[in-house]
Structure formats: C-alpha cells, structure tokens
Unconditional design. Sequence first.
Length: 154
Amino acid sequence: MSVEFPQSVLFCCDHNAVRSPMAEGIMKKLYGIGTYVQSAGVSNDLEIDGFAISVCQEIDVELSRHRSRSFDEMDKLGDALSSFDLIVALSPASQRRALDLTRFFHLEVEYWPIMDPTGLAETRESKLVVYRQTRDQIVERLKNRWRTVKNYLT
C-alpha cells in the first residue's frame, strides 16, 4: 500500500454519525489541514452520535459541530466524488455505494473494516469502552496507512 499522502480523502459509512465523522476528525487532528478531508454516509438519517463526540473529545478531536450528510446530499451541494483522490469506506454498505458511484472515475476506494459500536453495550461505561475501541481502530489504521507522515495526536 502506498504511503503517498493524498490531497483529498472522503471517509464514508452507513449514516455519517459515528465512524466516518470520527475518521474525518481524527485525520484532521493527526495530519493537519493540508489535506481536504470530508465524510459522508449512505444515508444521513441520524445526527452525530453523542458517544462518538465524547470519546473523540478525550483525544482533543472536536465533533460536536459535525452535520451528517449522505452521498446524494454531497452531489446536490456540488461536492463531487470525482474530486477526491481516495475514498475510505468503513462499512460494507458504504463500500458498495462508493464503488457503484465511482465506477466511471479513476480514483481509489479502500475498505477498512472498522467496528460499528452502536448497539454493542448496555451501560454508559460499557458503551464508552466499545466506542473507544472503534476510535482506536481508526487511529491505528490512519497511522499504519500514512506512517511516514508526522502526526499531531498526543
């Protein structure tokens, strides 16, 4: 896998409420603002998840102002998928949708199987544990993908 750093990255998942906003925020924190980073979902029927906000605040990543959006909404707003160098799908449904929407474009779509923490725990503390696991999976994938790039996460 190439370690060349892209000029633009789109992270996508099912609802753009947990995994893809976490990945967007963490990438911006790790690598600064030199790369255009966005996120989207197959649908945007959910608001940003409060547990995702909480576990990202623990590592100084701000997600509370994130507004969920879908692939269709991106297209309507003029944010064309063809303008991204790389699309990283974090769920099987988003991978299928990204591949379908980009079949005529020359861009890379990667699949990172990141755990969906929603519905995996009962209590607040146990939910925070699984959301931290998802956050940490994303951090590790980012660091492994672009290991030669200086990161800003402490």
